[in-house]
Ligand binder design. Sequence first.
Ligand code: ZN
Length: 167
Amino acid sequence: MSTATPSVLPGKVVSIHYTLTDDEGVVLDKSQAGKPLAYLHGYENIIPGLESGLAGRKLGDKLKVDVTPEDGYGVHDPEGVQKVPRAAFPRDIDLRPGMQFSAENDGGGSGTIWILSVADEHVMIDLNHPLAGKTLHFDVTIAEIRDASREEVSHGHPHGPEGHHHH
Ligand code: ZN
C-alpha cells in the first residue's frame, strides 16, 4: 500500500471524468474525452451531492455517486414556469426551446432562465435549472488531484489547462 496516493481534500484541484445519467439511464451530460472537469474541492464549484461523494476518495478511484434533487440542482418549483410576452426578448434573437438567458431578478442578482417553448405572442420560460427535480447518477473516475495554487484558492476555482478562463 502507498501512503503517497493523493486524496480528495479541501484545497485540492480535482479533475474527474464523469458520465451523468438519469433514473432511466439516459445520458444527460459527460466530460469530453481527454478533457476531465477540474474543480476546487471544498469551494462549491460543483453540486453538493457530487462534492460530498468525492470527499476523501483517491486518485484513480472509479465510483458511482447518486445525488438527490436537494443535493443537486434543487427541487422543481412549479412557480418557476412562466408565460411571458415574446416582446420581452430582443427581436433579433431566434428563440428556440433549450436556449438560456441571463436575467436580472428583483433582488438585483442575476439568474438563468431557460426557454421551454415559443409561440407567436408568448414564450414559456422556466427559472428552474433543467436538471431540477431529477435524481442524478454520476459514474466518476478521478483523473488528477493536485494542490491548488494560492491564487486559485483566493479565487475559489481552478486555473490552468483544465480550468482555463479569463478574468
Ligand atoms: Zn480565477
